[in-house]
Design a protein around this ligand. Sequence first.
Ligand code: SAH
Length: 515
Amino acid sequence: MSVPSGWVALVGAGPGDPELVTLRARELIGRADVLVYDNLVDRSLLAWTRPDCERIFVGKSSGRHTLPQQEIEAILVDRAGRGLGVVRLKGGDPFVFGRGGEELEQVLAAGLACEVVPGVSAALAAGACTGIPLTLREESAALVFVTGHEDPAKHQSQVNWRALPKDHATLCIYMGMGRLESIVAEMIESGFAPETPAACVERASLPQQRTCRAPLAELPARVAAAGLKPPAVILVGDTVNRGGGRGREGRPLHGRRVVVTRTREQSGELSARLAELGAEVLELPLIAIEGAVDPTIAGEIWEDLGSYDWLVFTSANGVRFFFEAYFSQYQDLRSLGMMRIAAVGSGTAKELEALHLQVELMPKKAVAEALADALIATGSLDSAKVLLITGNLNRPVLADRLETEGRAIVDRFPVYRTRPADLAEHPAARDFRRRGAHAILFASSSAVRAFAAAAGQLTLDPDAQRPKAFSIGPVTTKAMQEAGIPLDGEAVRASPEALVDLVRQTLSHDESSLS
Ligand code: SAH
């Protein structure tokens, strides 16, 4: 049997913000059998891999140096040689100071296929995300990418600063933070004017982005005073004083760390809104959800499946785990029969529509009471059979009302259960314990209870920022009072938008430290 042909893709991961990754990068990450990555790659990209993808970290970790370049190349060639698809993910662009060139040569020399996917390089992100244009027709006609990384033992840098343009150009210096003072001294000695506008941009595109601007000669002292650290790019040239705005640093929640306590899929919307306003979002998954189908109940339901009039879903998880169980029993969607389908809200409906199942009924408000109202209002429940898909924690109100007010025959089918997540090793929890946050959001009473139950794993370090606590509405507030969590604010309406508005109003006026 011949080995299926392996491949390598050298893929740019962009400057950090996962939204700045190319579509092609995302596609290949999702397809990879093996992912080889290092420090500059944002960890959230790893979530796009297949569950069975082998992830190989080749960067610096505590107590270990970066893997030698030859070993990295050997890994690529070895895995692809065995017929696997290998994505070598690199910060920024793979061909800009990323050793991508060497890796391409080695992979091709081994007779393997290699695709190169460009990425947004750090200097481009530094310009765009600070509002500093890199070229301007009148002021800068050349854009120069320079590496500042040199052997500290060497006195003279290998960069020929004298040969580089001193005006009508913008210089972007990568890896310059370790030797910033000597780089600037060398530049001035080589003819750069000490007053040339310059900026240092740390962690461009990320919520932690910080910029420091100064005339070239003063930049090292200002960068040191501001405590800027790598990774950072230094921009030098007249365009640094042009453009405008503060880019991402001007967003209302920039520099704010906000914890989203997550018990459901819906928190994705909350996180996305906060991130758009510039916040650094820490999602604490407080509960884990797993399929849990009782075979006896399932057996009875499959037997009578054709007899139901309504199939009612109260969560997206319900849809997912119901169909997992269903397809372990049936080959074909048509075995469902002709029942009508109801969904509690749009997230649930979306899961159903993905299966091309039409949702006939969805209440305006995504709560059990509204779903009960809407179902009863159809007038179709009297003696009708309703199959109600649930988790293990659903309130009884929906089934009760369908039975008593609607006079329906309701069968409950629990298909998943929730249990407290283990936060001891979770990266977001670790980060929270160490640095704290400016705000913590509770969007449901179950999140409050799960948070209180996990409190032992969420104790803040002594110098961590103490967060303000915000509630989405009265029910959640009451749960906070019961759990002894002091309240700093409640949203005017029980919606993610209103909760985010509240955070925005409170935190963007608050001058607490941006540690
Ligand atoms: N291939 C990468 C560069 C790798 S060299 C690219 O195209 O961006 C590593 C250097 O990149 C760092 O020392 C720093 O100068 C720069 N860098 C990477 N990510 C950065 C970021 N988010 N903000 C500022 N500089 C960054």
